[in-house]
Write a protein that binds this ligand. Sequence first.
Ligand SMILES: [Zn+2]
Length: 407
Amino acid sequence: MDDLILRGGIIAGSQQDLAIRHGRIRQIAPCISTPAQATLDIAAKLVLPGFIESHIHPDKAFIAARTSGLRRGGPSPQVLVAQLKKEFTVEDIYKRARRVMLCAIRHGCTSMRAHVEIDAFVELRGVAALQRVQAEFAGMLDLQLIAFAQEGIFHDEVTQSLLREGLQMGLPILGGCPYMDRDPRRHIDWFFNAAETAGVPLDFHADSGDDPSALTCDYIAEQTIARGMHGRVTLGHLCTLDMLEPDRRARVIETLQQAGIHVISLPATELHVKGRADKHTWRGVTRLEELRAAGVNVSISTNNIVNPFTPYGHPDLLRQALVTAMAAHLGNLDQMAWLLDLITINPARALGLQDYGLAAGCYADLVVLDAASPAQAITEQAEKLWVLKAGRVTARNTRTSDITMHA
Ligand SMILES: [Zn+2]
């Protein structure tokens, strides 16, 4: 007997039933008549695989009220947050990160890859806090943690060994930030060497600036190929791509594709931070359609939540889809359908998730939206009526409104 059957949802463009057994999808078919413990009527509602936050910072979420925010001529968001980090306690990080998880689940998220900052300011307190959150939410949300060097690795004597300690504590991914060190190539080399030694994949914050001469993603792609790490390297940001001349950009994108680099765009942060002093406003969002056309695996993610990098950030990937549609001119119906791939199947590839998707045998990680099509879901910012993790309901959301007609 099945544990649950979802009745009449829109799956791959047509109305179908979806049967769940032992946490996985057993069958998807127009009419499933076998017995089940429970059924859910979701007639004509869009069913998607669970949303995936592929690049997010729960450890520095919800701190906007502790700082002045960005001002013309004022400190960068990195400087503002570095000051605050010194005061972070495990309990403080835990409470804020926990709130991120609850919001993310409420908005349809079933898997997440989070950057955990490790440096002289916060040391390993973020690791302790996020591992506590990871254990608490196991079974509701799969949380991958990156040992991440937001402050660079050559400014002090402790960060490199703290990063190795983070890996020893069980973090399975290394995250670099080349633009935070004076010699970005030396930074990149260190991370490739450390990743080879530890046998872990890499996830860089790369090319966040507007100076084409400071580009690093081409070097990262070359190193990825040279060291046989095809498909195991992910790059967030890539804003600088937008500043390259088209010929050079095409060559760089081809190298990214050859290296199997996963690209994650972070449109909400770029739109807040970038281009503030420009005569011509540079919005910073990477070249999504060109990357797509070249066959690069592209995703979008939330990045920052209520901090100086993105004061209005919220872990709602359907919102990111709308922000991206606006930022990257992706408003046609086929483009809006593609935008939902950027928060589901594409990040699943980037994160290396197994048995993910809308097919028999996959885990029943699902979101049911109050919409009939991808375009309607994005346009109306449709409610996430049901969120399921491995076949169990983790969130049920409703939205009501009463409109009074007056003659
Ligand atoms: Zn980030």
